[in-house]
Design a protein around this ligand. Sequence first.
Ligand code: NAP
Length: 242
Amino acid sequence: MGENKVALITGASRGIGRACAMELAKAGYDVAISYAGNEEAANKTINELKSLNINAKAYKFDVANKDACTQAVEEVLKDFGKIDVLVNNAGITRDGLFMRMSSDNWEAVINTNLNSAFYMTNPVIRTMIKQRSGCIVNMSSISGIMGNPGQANYSTAKAGLIGFTKSLAKELGSRNIRVNAIAPGFIQTDMTKDLDTEKITEHIPLKRLGQPEDIAKTVKFLAEDATYITGQVIGVDGGLVI
Ligand code: NAP
């Protein structure tokens, strides 16, 4: 087992997950990242991580597949020896008005954004309980707090993550495992690239979209400094939800 702490971040080939991986690597963590299929982005991220002189490896699997998640966690434990921080970040949107929402689009979003957290966290907490320490961060959204027309599936999944976070925090606190959620506002990534940002920015008190690094710094804070914080939902949204 190496001396560094180990972070496992899902959906870290691009966007917010990638920024979290870089931030934790800069803090001295070894980093395991997951991705769905974008080999090029995953390789680029891994190369940048390795340039920081830490151990880094990418795992390609579908977080909506329970067996794949269990197997991936086993592989990470074999490769890195332990997991100190789990960031359940991978997510997708399949937006559309509820009247016309297909079962496929409902299920894809619930499975990828919510059930994935169960599939990943279940095997990871077994090892965290044994080591009597751990930090779990679930990537929720302001949509899970406020709701959003056209995002019934996504808002449901993200609200579910908040309930999951609070229940797990109560169950696992006595084992020195902290569980928190982050509720990002509008962050500049591939997920938001087609939105009308000018109109959105009008409603944001800080008058700008967030950057992936804004979220990554919060993840690092939760992992490293927030030793008495558990069960919380941290809004990182430029003041959009006040
Ligand atoms: P993104 O840029 O679209 O990146 C998505 C990441 O998730 C990629 O690494 C992708 O891998 C991975 N992924 C997608 N489906 C997956 C699957 N089935 N299995 C494994 N990995 C999968 O998204 P983002 O904007 O960074 O969002 C990250 C998280 O923050 C999501 O949970 C999202 O809901 C949440 N969030 C984002 C915003 C925002 O404004 N951007 C706001 C609130 C919350 P590939 O590269 O291989 O496709």
